[in-house]
Ligand binder design. Structure first.
Ligand code: C5P
Length: 228
């Protein structure tokens, strides 16, 4: 079972997706981290994010160990990630890895919660649950500033807001896999909500779908064991 959680930066989808995964006993994947890993590799190689060939080469060189680098969470890396994310060949490389995680989540988990921009529309268009988590730009910028300061990183609100606006525009206007809600997504605007309220609203949408899927699964298993 797949739960897609898409939305723009700092809308609260990361926290929500993580908590949902924990509550449901599902595996969690932050797909943005993959784009950030390519962004960081590009930064470290001194390659221009507009140089498609060199960026694709960097993308091929990214390994799982790179996903633990604390630099991935920096603003500069997020910005470069959104630049490399417009390159179709980069998206194709990362798509395979995301689909395989969604299809074969780690053993012992009941499914996958995938957090990103295009999970419900491109990566897993057949996901059983699709959430699109959003919030207004000013609220998102404020949240990001607090988050950066909590991590001891300097942050100027007007600059964070301008960069976020630029990143939103690039994500929403690129030629493929653009940031938009799937037609069948449940839209959750967290502008005036704290994380606990957002979680209970998301659970109210997701939990009935999970239990009906689980009871169908149990019924199928029952039929199979009766037959054998
Ligand atoms: O979610 P996060 O802010 O870490 O993502 C960084 C960038 O990676 C986004 O701005 C977006 O351009 C790109 N991204 C994407 N598709 C995804 C996840 C992230 O294009 N599924």
């Amino acid at each position: 079972m797949i739960v897609a959680v898409d939305g723009p930066a700092a809308a609260g989808k990361g926290t929500l997706a993580c908590r949902l995964a924990e509550r449901l006993g599902f595996a969690y994947m932050d797909t943005g981290l993959l784009y950030r890993a390519v962004g960081l590799a590009v930064l470290r190689r001194g390659v221009s994010p507009g140089n498609g060939e060199a960026v694709v080469e960097a993308a091929h060189g990214v390994h799982a160990a790179a996903l633990a680098d604390p630099m991935l969470r920096s603003e500069i890396v997020g910005h470069i990630a959104s630049q490399v994310a417009v390159i179709p060949a980069v998206r194709a490389i990362l798509l395979t890895c995301q689909r395989s995680f969604a299809r074969y989540p780690p053993e012992g988990t009941g499914g996958a919660v995938m957090d990103g921009r295009d999970v419900g529309t491109v990566v897993c268009p057949h996901a059983e649950c699709k959430l699109f988590v959003t919030a207004n730009l000013a609220v998102r910028a404020k949240r990001r500033v607090n988050e950066l300061r909590e991590r001891g990183m300097p942050a100027i609100e007007s600059q964070v807001l301008a960069k976020m606006h630029e990143r939103d525009r690039r994500d929403q206007e690129r030629a493929i896999a653009l940031l938009r809600p799937a037609e069948d997504a449940f839209i959750l605007d967290t502008s005036e909500m704290n994380a606990d309220v957002a979680l209970s609203m998301a659970l109210a949408y997701v939990a009935p779908k999970v239990s009906s899927r689980m009871s169908l699964h149990a019924r199928d298993q029952g039929c199979r064991s009766e037959r054998s």
